[in-house]
Design a protein around this ligand. Structure first.
Ligand code: ZN
Length: 328
C-alpha cells in the first residue's frame, strides 16, 4: 500500500535529474579547499577543542531499575505544529494545515493510545505551538502521567541565531509561556531540530534544566561534559534510527509501514537484552497518521507483554540516572 508506484518513482527520478544537473553546473570548478573542507587545515588542538566543546561523559545506568524492572522505556514526542513553518515565514495555508494536523488529529490519536495503555510520555513543545493551540498543553497534561519539556519559542534553529542574547531571549519566552501553562519549571530541554549553537549548552545549564534530549553519543543516559567539565546536566539521547522522520512523509523512504514496527521492536528487544533503555521520538504531524499510530499501539502492547518494563518520563529517568552518578 505504501509502495511508490513505478510511474511516480520514475517521475521523481526524472525530476531529480532535471533539477540537480543545472545546480551542479553552477558550482565553481575549483572550490577552495579551505572553504569546502576546513577541517583539513585545522590543528590538532582545534580538532580536539571542537569535539570537546560538548561531549559524552560517563554512562549513567543504575544497578537496578525502579520497580525491579529490566528495562526503561521513554516515549517522547516533538509536538511541532506550525511553529517551524512560521519561523521560516511560511504563510501558505496548505503547508500550515499539514503541520496543524499534528495538533488537531495526531496528538489526540496518540493520547488515546497512551491513555488506553496507561503509559506516560514526554512531550517537547514550542512556545508558539502552545500559543496557536491553547488546548494542547492542558490536553497533554490531562491524564496526569505526562511531562512537558521545552522545544524553543518558534522552533528557531539555534546555530542560525544572531547571538547568545537572541537565543536566550527566545528560550526565556518559551520557558515563561510553557511554565505558565504547566504551573512548574520544565525539567527537560530538547533543541529545535536537535541542533546546538556554541551557546546552547551554557544556556541549558544557566536556565537550570536537569536534562537535555538532543544529543546522540549513546543510547543510554550519560553525563554531558563541556570542555572536559561535567555540566551536571544529564543527556537522554535521541537517534535518527529511533524516530519516524527518515521513513515517513514527503521525504521518507520506507517500502512498507510494517517495517517501522520491526525496527522499533528490534531496538526495544536489544535494550531489553542489555537491560538498558529504549528511547523513542515521534512527531504527531507525521507519526500521528493511522498506520504509524497502529504500530505504536502494537509496540506498546508488545512491550507490555514482557515482564519488567518500566515506562517513565524524562524527569523520572533523569532522577534515576543522577542517582546512578551519585548526584541526587
Ligand atoms: Zn522539532
Amino acid at each position: 500500500m505504501n509502495r511508490l508506484p513505478l510511474s511516480l518513482a520514475t517521475h521523481f527520478l526524472f525530476a531529480s535529474l532535471v533539477v540537480t544537473a543545472p545546480l551542479r553546473a553552477q558550482q565553481p570548478v575549483a572550490a577552495s579547499q579551505a572553504a569546502t573542507q576546513p577541517g583539513t587545515y585545522w590543528s590538532d588542538e582545534k580538532l580536539l577543542e571542537t569535539v570537546n566543546a560538548v561531549a559524552m561523559g560517563p554512562r549513567l545506568l543504575p544497578r537496578a531499575w525502579p520497580q525491579g524492572a529490566r528495562v526503561a522505556v521513554l516515549l517522547t514526542f516533538d509536538d511541532d505544529t506550525q511553529a517551524p513553518l512560521l519561523r521560516d515565514g511560511t504563510t501558505e495555508p496548505t503547508a500550515l494545515s499539514a503541520s496543524d494536523y499534528g495538533a488537531q488529529t495526531g496528538t489526540p490519536r496518540l493520547l488515546e493510545i497512551l491513555d488506553r495503555h496507561k503509559v506516560p510520555a514526554t512531550f517537547f513543545v514550542t512556545g508558539v505551538d502552545s500559543l496557536i493551540h491553547p488546548e494542547l498543553v492542558p490536553l497533554l497534561l490531562k491524564s496526569g502521567r505526562n511531562e512537558i519539556g521545552i522545544h524553543g519559542w518558534v522552533h528557531e534553529y539555534p546555530p542560525g541565531l544572531d547571538s547568545e542574547a537572541e537565543e536566550e531571549r527566545l528560550l526565556d519566552k518559551a520557558i515563561a509561556r510553557i511554565s505558565s501553562l504547566t504551573g512548574k519549571k520544565p525539567a527537560g530541554y530538547r533543541a529545535p531540530s536537535w541542533a546546538f549553537s556554541s551557546h546552547t549548552m551554557d544556556l541549558i545549564r544557566k536556565k537550570g534544566f536537569l536534562y537535555d534530549s538532543s544529543l546522540g553519543s549513546s543510547e543510554v543516559p550519560y553525563a554531558i561534559l563541556a570542555h572536559g567539565q561535567d555540566t551536571g546536566v544529564v543527556e537522554l539521547p535521541i537517534d535518527w534510527t529511533l524516530t519516524e522522520t527518515p521513513y515517513l512523509g514527503a521525504q521518507g523512504h520506507m517500502a512498507s509501514p510494517d517495517l517501522l514496527f520491526q525496527l522499533y521492536k528490534q531496538e526495544f528487544d536489544g535494550a531489553y537484552k542489555e537491560g538498558t533503555v529504549f528511547i523513542l521520538t515521534l512527531h504527531p504531524y507525521l507519526g500521528g497518521h493511522r498506520a504509524p499510530m497502529q504500530h505504536l499501539d502494537d509496540l506498546i502492547t508488545y512491550m507490555q507483554s514482557k515482564p519488567g518494563v518500566w515506562f517513565t518520563t524524562g524527569a523520572e529517568l533523569t532522577k534515576v540516572a543522577r542517582q546512578a552518578a551519585g548526584t541526587p
